[in-house]
Unconditional design. Structure first.
Length: 327
């Protein structure tokens, strides 16, 4: 009968002396039985059982390791998503705040933020810096503009406003300066009107030079709007002014009108239309006391009515801390 070789499990006749496959002794070998299942097969079954147990533990370990890995990956993914949401919220708040400090804090705190976010924030900061620099420069220009316009207003002539416009052509005050030029141009008197105003003022000073009371009063109305510091001055005030000029040591006076002589249309304090003349006069005094003043210069402003009378008169000495003539 056929049996299994106890060594190689190859089928061999129980009458054979040795196994033709592996050469182990068959005849007389006490381990060989007539059973179809050799002893070593039982041993293999036991070994197989132990192997199955080891495989199960390996599978369990692998499953646990897989779960741990999956949990770690999941936790990392969740943390990454939370960081991403936090960064996006911070980016949104920083941009909407439009505040340089908030934008700087975002850049400092989120160094690993998407480059497009960081570039956007940096661009906003640069724009703010440029705007701040432009504002400072504009503030300086506005200050200069304000000073130059105030100077033009003080001079208050067409030339002064035209000079201002040449230096500040885009100024926000350009329209106002142009309006003042038009106003001044419309107020300027004609050459005939200027000559008329000059002749009235010349008669006034010639009357003083000749010490002629009647001629002096022919150049002024009975009541003046203002004469020197007196409002509503009378003829008596005008005569008193002339008499005070002729001090005891004075032989004679000589007032002389100097160029330039300007006149423009204006409205006096009573609402009447007048020619307002502005000019300079010099005064030479022939006197006995040579230690006293003998020469002086004055700025004059005079309003001349349409009938050729001086309704307002002011005389101011051109010296440091000079005071106007008064009683």
């Amino acid at each position: 009968m056929l049996i299994h070789c106890p060594e190689c499990n190859h089928q061999v006749s129980d009458k054979a002396a040795t196994c033709p496959n592996c050469g182990i002794q068959i005849a007389g070998n006490p381990d060989i039985t007539s059973s179809n299942t050799p002893k070593h097969r039982k041993s293999d079954s036991k070994s197989s059982g132990k192997g199955n147990k080891s495989s199960r533990w390996a599978i369990i370990f692998f499953c646990i390791l897989t779960l741990v890995f999956a949990a770690g990956v999941g936790s990392y993914y969740l943390h990454t998503q939370m960081q991403k949401q936090d960064e996006e919220e911070a980016f949104k708040q920083a941009v909407e705040s439009n505040n340089a400090d908030e934008l700087q804090r975002y850049l400092a705190h989120y160094g690993a933020a998407p480059q497009v976010h960081r570039d956007s924030v940096k661009s906003m900061l640069q724009h703010m810096r440029d705007a701040e620099r432009d504002k400072e420069e504009q503030d300086q220009l506005d200050a200069i503009d304000s000073i130059d316009y105030a100077l033009a207003q003080k001079i208050n002539t067409i030339d002064a406003y035209e000079k201002y416009l040449r230096e500040h052509p885009t100024s926000k005050r350009a329209g106002e300066a142009k309006a003042r030029i038009l106003q001044l141009a419309s107020n300027n008197a004609t050459e005939e009107e200027v000559d008329f105003a000059r002749s009235v003022c010349r008669r006034f000073f010639q009357a003083i030079n000749s010490h002629d009371t009647d001629q002096l009063l022919s150049t002024v109305p009975s009541t003046m709007t203002r004469f020197l510091n007196r409002v509503g001055a009378t003829n008596s005030d005008v005569v008193t002014f002339m008499e005070k000029l002729y001090k005891p040591d004075v032989n004679n006076l000589n007032f002389r009108i100097m160029d330039p002589f300007s006149a423009k249309h204006a409205t006096d304090e009573g609402g009447s239309d007048v020619l307002r003349a502005q000019f300079t006069v010099t005064l030479n005094i022939d006197r006995k006391d040579l230690s006293q003043e003998r020469f002086s210069t004055y700025n004059v402003t005079a309003d001349i009515t349409q009938d050729g009378l001086i309704s307002r008169f002011n005389l101011k000495k051109i010296v440091a801390q000079a005071a106007e003539y008064s009683e």
